[in-house]
Design a binder for this molecule. Structure first.
Ligand SMILES: [Zn+2]
Length: 412
């Protein structure tokens, strides 16, 4: 049996998995268009089943279409080490987002098979349904459902743009499994993912040790002024809701820059009446604020609410602020992060700690067990696009770190 530190994955085999996956739902520009529960999704699911069988795994499918491949441990009564992510993509998305995490799980298992290594704990690879939320507008649907964040009727009734329900789509591709097969426990959950941001590349680091997922707030801001004719209304007589909003947004960005790591976005405005020669009477916009420290984010939000009122008073407008949505930060497990760091160091790779600005199935998995994520660089931080790219050597480094992390955690 090889010594643990020398254990390596099979690059050619892993490349074959990636190559095959990149053919299923392929776009003209070498991306993937593989929406959840589409025919392309069915095709890659059928392929995954074959791969699971070839790797000697027992395949099961639950009632949300989540697919599992289980490799028995020496002690089948121990809670498993779960490795997962998703095979669905954004419309005209990339080849690696999500896909990497599932294929990496396969390669880890095949590498263990190569050397007849049986882990103490069972290993379960999972392909979660509709992570992207692109077809059925609720991201991380499959992982959220098994962790009881969404109930079954909510999930089954969600419709796509054409009015097809999740349940119908699941039936159509023949992936309605059994409730009894839902994942119920995990000692550890590991997800390898592309960064979808530029930090690793910018800092010339090979591995991202993900400390957690940023918390996020969405506030609906409604600024009310006075609608008036652009010609006759003197500047000093105006209560221009758009000009007031512009000043507010500028102030919010200043506040944002005074908090390290805080991110604020205003990406959506509704201007009323949105006519060229009318002073806007009312502007409604959405404020998106993110940070991994919930307390810091709350403090910043308080300051922002206060600044909005102040600016409105100066401009003679009024403002109402309503919370649309709040998602607290998720912090990953220190033991798992430690194992990832140690594996990275043992392999002689460079690393940095960072936080995910995007959601992942890992967000819900701490419900079951100790969770951690590994990032590898995305070229220019691009993702959700056909030209999303991670280099082979970075993909291989990530899978290697995943394999070593699994072996380390199993020895705990
Ligand atoms: Zn993803």
């Amino acid at each position: 049996m090889p010594n643990k530190l020398s254990k390596r994955i099979n690059h050619e085999r892993f490349n074959r998995y990636v190559k095959r996956s990149s053919e299923v739902g392929r776009t003209d520009n070498n991306g993937l268009h593989r929406l959840a529960l589409s025919q392309a999704d069915k095709e890659i699911r059928d392929q995954l089943k074959v791969w699971f069988e070839q790797a000697g795994l027992t395949t099961t499918v639950d009632d949300f279409g989540n697919m599992y491949g289980r490799r028995e441990g020496k002690n089948p009564h121990l809670k498993p080490i779960v490795i997962g992510s998703h095979l669905d993509t954004q419309p005209y998305g990339g080849r690696f987002d999500g896909v990497l995490g599932v294929l990496a799980g396969l390669e880890v298992v095949e590498s263990l098979n190569d050397d007849h290594i049986q882990t103490e704990r069972p290993i379960v690879i999972v392909n979660f349904t509709n992570e992207e939320g692109a077809r059925f507008p609720q991201p991380m649907l499959g992982s959220g459902a098994i962790t009881e964040h969404f109930n079954k009727s909510f999930v089954y009734e969600i419709q796509d743009e054409k009015g097809i329900t999740f349940e119908q789509a699941l039936q159509e591709i023949g992936y309605v499994g059994k409730e009894e097969y839902r994942l119920k426990e995990a000692e550890y959950y590991l997800e390898l993912h592309i960064e979808q941001g530029p930090m690793l590349e910018r800092n010339s680091k090979q591995i991202g040790v993900v400390g957690g997922i940023q918390g996020m707030d969405w506030l609906d801001v409604n600024v009310i002024g006075e609608k008036n004719h652009a010609g006759p209304t003197a500047m000093e007589d105006r209560k221009d809701a758009l000009a007031s909003s512009a000043r507010m947004i500028s102030t919010l960005y200043e506040i944002t820059n005074s908090y390290s790591g805080l991110k604020t976005t205003v990406g959506k405005l509704h201007v009323h009446p949105n006519v060229a020669n009318v002073v806007p009477g009312n502007v409604e916009w959405v404020l998106d604020v993110r940070h991994e420290d919930d307390t810091l984010r709350m403090t910043a939000l308080d300051e922002m609410r206060h600044a909005l009122k102040q600016q409105a008073a100066l401009d003679g407008t009024s403002v109402t602020v309503n919370e649309l949505w709040a998602s607290p930060a998720v912090l990953f497990d220190e033991d798992v992060l430690g194992a990832i760091e140690k594996s990275t160091d043992n392999l002689g790779l460079t690393r940095m700690k960072l936080y995910s600005g995007a959601g992942h199935d890992s967000k819900y998995m701490p419900y079951f067990g100790k969770t951690g994520m590994i990032f590898i660089p995305s070229v220019q931080g691009v993702s959700h696009r056909e030209d999303e790219l991670s280099h082979d050597h970075d993909l291989h480094n990530g899978v290697e770190v995943l394999l070593h992390t699994v072996m380390q955690l199993d020895a705990n």
